[in-house]
Design a protein around this ligand. Sequence first.
Ligand code: NAI
Length: 505
Amino acid sequence: MQALETTALVAVIGAGAMGAGIAQVAAQAGHPVKLYDNRPGAAAQAVEGIDRQLGKLVEKGKLAAEQRSAIVARLQPVEAIETLADARLVIEAIVENLEVKHGLLRQLEEICAADCILASNTSSLSITTLAASLKHPERVIGMHFFNPAPIMALVEVVSGLATDPALAKALHATSKNWGKQPVYTRSTPGFIVNRVARPFYAESLRLLQEGAADCASLDALLRDAGGFRMGAFELTDLIGHDVNYAVTCSVFDAYYGDFRFQPSLIQKELVDAGRFGRKTGRGFYDYSEGAERPQAAELTSATDVASCVVEGDLGVAQPLVQRLKDAGVPVIQRAGSGLLRVGDAVLALSDGRLASQRAKEDGLRNLVLFDLALDYTKASRLAISWSADTTAEARDQAVALLQRAGLKVTALADLPGLAVLRTVAMLANEAADAVLQGVGSAADIDLAMRAGVNYPRGPLAWAEAIGIGYVLNTLDNLQRSYGEERYRPSLLLRRKHAEGSRFHD
Ligand code: NAI
C-alpha cells in the first residue's frame, strides 16, 4: 500500500481544535477535504477559522494569496455524514469517549467503501479496543497529531492488534508527504509521547513536594540548564492541570498502578481547588492582572577565585573546565576521580546520591554537588546542593567559581539527583522501557520527544551523551535513596550497559 495520492478525498470528523487543524494540514498538502461535525454550522465555522489563520500567514508574507484561496477551495464543510461515502481516508477527531467513537466507527463502516482507511486522532484510547467488533478491524489505525496540528511536526502512527502493517506504512508515508515527522508506535497507554513525557512533570512535582526549591527556581533550572523550552510548572499551567493530571491518572491506571506513573498529590490539590493554570487565572503561578511572576532564587558570592584544581575527567561536565579557563581562572590539572576543587570546596557532578551520603561514603569534606546541563558550554544556570557538613565558606567558594564561569547558581535542598539529572535520567529510563516493550524504536522515540514536545534532545541520545552507565548508576542510586519501585532502572539500560552497546549508531 502506497502513500495516499493527493487526489484522494480525506474526510475529517469533528471540527474542533484538532479536527480543524488536521483538515488544514491535509488541504495544504493538496487533498480535497470534507469536514463534518454533528454540531450544525460548526464545520463551516471551522473552515472560516482556517481561512482567517491562512490570511494571517499571507499578511506576514509566509503564504501566497493564491495558495490561501486554493487551500480553502479544497476544504468542503458538510452537514451530513453520508456525504463522506467517497472518502479514501477518514480521520476522526471527535470527543474523547470510547462509546461515542466506537459508534461513529460502526456508522462509518456502513457508509464508506470497504477499503476506506478509518483513522482516529485519540490521545488516550486503545486503537485495539476501538477496532474491536468492527467488520474490518485491520483498517482501523491511530493518527495522533499534536496541538496545534498545522504547526507541530509529530504524528504518531498507532497500530492496534489487528491493524494491517501495510496500512501503517501507507499512513507513515502519507504523513511525510504532508510535511510531518511520523513515528510508528503500538497501541499502548500514552503511546510514545504521553508515556515517555510523564517523568518530566513527575520529577519537578516531586522536587517541589519535597521542598527542593520553589517553582520559579525549578522551572528556571529546566530551561537554563536543561535546555527545555519551559519548566514543568509553567508548562502544566499552560496545558491545564485538569488535562495534565487526567492524562497522568489514565496512564497510571492503564499500567495497573505502576508507581513510575504515580500522580502527584500537589497537582491533585490544584485540580481540586479549580486552579487549572492560565485558563483559570491561577495554577502554580498567579496570572491575574498585576500579579508579579516570582523570580528564580540565586546565590551570589563576592569571593575571589585564585585558581581551581581539576582531578581527572569531569565526564559530561568536562566543558566546564574550558569555560573556566576562558574566564581567566587558572586551572591546575591532576589525576583523580572527576572532582573540581576550589579553596576548601570539592565540586562533583551529582550521581543520584544525596550530597551528605556521598560525602560520607567517599570521604569528601565540603562536598558541593552540581547538576547536569544539556550543554555546559552554553548553560546560563546550574543547580547545586551540599552536604550537611559543608561550611558556609566552602559553599561560597563553589558559588564564586561557578559564577566566574558565567553561571547563575541556584541552590537545591539535598535531594538525590538534583533537578536536571534526575529528570533526564527518568526520561531516558521511560524511553528505554518503551523500546524494551516494543512501543517504538529508539530512533522514533527520540524523534517523537523532539518533534512532539520540543525536547532539546531525544532522551536516549541524551543518555548516550551522559553515558548509559552513568544514567544507570544514577537511577540505581535514586532507587536506593528512595527505596521505591518508581526509580527502578529499565532492564534495557542495564543490558545496553552490560553489552557496551548503544541505542543509536
Ligand atoms: P474539541 O472539543 O475541540 O472538538 C471536538 C469536536 O467534535 C467538537 O466540535 C464536537 O462538536 C465534535 N463532535 C463531538 N462528537 C461528535 C460526533 N459524534 N460526531 C461528529 N462530531 C462530533 O476537541 P479536540 O481538542 O479537538 O479533540 C478531539 C480529539 O483529538 C479527541 O479525541 C482528543 O483526545 C484528541 N486530541 C486532542 C489534542 C488536544 O491537545 N486538544 C491533542 C491530540 C489529540
